[in-house]
Design a protein around this ligand. Structure first.
Ligand code: HEM
Length: 419
């Protein structure tokens, strides 16, 4: 096994790496001229791996653990403490089952119908200019709350807007300026208190036959010893349904970019929507940057691409790099709308490591995103409405997508005009 090449990052290099954003890990690989690279800065070392073969080893729980791998700044904003992402082994599988049991085909269809109705109502109300980003945020929030059994009937529009914005803020504060980061922490606190109140009320007023409704499922979820989850943890995991669904706002905006910043993709879909819709969605998930990387700690010596990773190393799997890996993806930086034609189901139901936009592996046994099917339904609803149900005029705007913003989306947040 080969020794991993090391790149020493000096304080002066950090700004440039931050500017490179999603491309930073690829730049390190390029500098080292190797598929596995160790970056050392101050007294820390991190080993970066990428590609389908690396992913298979990374997701094997004999090789890597998650506990202790996620930096504190991410736990205090994006993820929260004690949630499913931080668990390993039997405790992880037990908690993950609560999530996956919600994702039945019937409940997915219900989500589809709710989102379709909410988006349709919101778009019908638009006359003149509006931002797709802003509109989508509240639509997703209201839809996922309804699907999760959370009644927003008594909330004012301002309260809804504030809570929806908190969900986005928790995501954007994980890697941001100190001011944005502090706001993000405060917004996580506010959201957790809200979710705790919901869980407390659901515990006080149990309703029958709500096992696969998120609010009640987390209110009644137990740990491995059969004890009810502490209120704080049940709230963190309820937010693990709400927050990432609202994060789909970012993909709605990226879809706006794919459809409206150029005409060829839109025209192709208009021509053959039924054949191309799911391939378009899968290609969107692969092509655009979203979740950059995932950290873990090696439990033993592991070999990846011929390099020796010692036990107890801090390792990150480059998700964006894997989805653009020329070793397995033809023309990785070109958006090929029919790339997945005929294979769309495979990608999100059978394939484990081909597409890593939302993580990889087995949904129940590993840390792969619990919301991949909600994501597919969401993008189906949005593509159908944007392509087939409404006509928009596209004003001049800034379509650029900065690679150093997490998550990132077009600068003008997709400005549309509807009569
Ligand atoms: C914007 C689209 C989304 C993206 C890009 C995304 C991405 C990811 C990624 C990269 C992971 C980590 C995989 C790993 O640790 O190996 C993850 C985990 C997770 N996602 Fe998503 N996700 C999205 C939407 C959703 C939705 C809609 C939900 C819920 C309805 C959701 C719930 C979760 C949960 C609960 C986990 C933790 C799974 C575990 O640790 O076992 N995500 N997601």
């Amino acid at each position: 096994m080969k020794k991993i090449p090391e790149i020493k990052i000096k304080a002066a290099d950090i700004k440039a790496l931050y500017q490179a954003g999603y491309d930073a890990l690829a730049e390190l690989r390029e500098e080292a001229a190797a598929p596995v690279v160790k970056a050392s800065f101050f007294n820390k070392e991190i080993i970066v791996v990428y590609g389908q073969e690396a992913a298979k080893k990374f997701y094997d729980s004999e090789n890597f653990k998650r506990k202790g791998a996620m930096p504190e700044i991410v736990l205090k904003t994006l993820m929260g403490q004690g949630g499913v992402q931080t668990l390993d082994g039997a405790a992880h599988r037990h908690r993950k089952a609560v999530f996956m049991d919600l994702m039945t085909p019937e409940r997915m269809e219900e989500y589809h119908q709710i989102l379709d109705r909410k988006l349709s109502e919101a778009l019908e109300k638009q006359h003149g200019h509006f931002e797709l980003f802003n509109l989508s945020k509240n639509v997703f929030f209201e839809a996922i709350c309804e699907w999760s059994g959370i009644n927003l009937g008594s909330y004012s529009p301002q309260e809804i807007d504030e809570l929806a914005s908190c969900q986005i803020s928790m995501i954007s504060g994980a890697a941001a300026s100190p001011v944005t980061h502090l706001k993000s922490r405060a917004d996580r606190k506010k959201s957790e208190l809200w979710a705790q109140q919901l869980i407390e009320t659901a515990r006080k007023h149990p309703v029958e036959n709500k096992e696969n409704v998120a609010l009640y499922a987390f209110a009644n979820a137990t740990d491995l010893n059969g004890e009810r989850l502490p209120l704080e943890i049940a709230a963190v995991d309820l937010l693990n349904i709400i927050r990432p669904t609202v994060a789909l706002t970012v993909w709605a905006a990226l879809m706006g970019h794919a459809l409206f910043s150029r005409s060829d993709i839109y025209e192709a879909l208009k021509e053959d929507f039924d054949e191309l819709q799911d391939s378009f969605i899968q290609e969107m998930r692969r092509y655009y940057p979203f979740f950059p990387m995932i950290p873990a700690i090696s439990l033993k010596e592991v070999e990846i691409d011929g390099y020796r990773i010692p036990k107890d190393s801090w390792v990150v799997l480059d998700l964006y790099g894997t989805d653009h890996d020329p070793r397995s993806v033809k023309e990785p930086f070109t958006f090929v709308v029919d790339r997945y034609k005929g294979r769309t189901k495979e990608i999100s139901y059978e394939e484990e490591y081909e597409m890593l936009a939302q993580g990889g592996g087995d949904f129940r046994k590993m840390h792969r995103c619990a919301g991949e099917w909600i994501t597919l339904h969401s993008l189906r609803v949005f593509s159908d409405q944007l392509v087939n149900k409404h006509h928009f005029i596209i004003p001049e705007q800034d379509w650029s997508i900065p690679m150093n913003r997490f998550p990132t989306y077009p600068n003008s947040r997709v400005l549309l005009y509807r009569d």
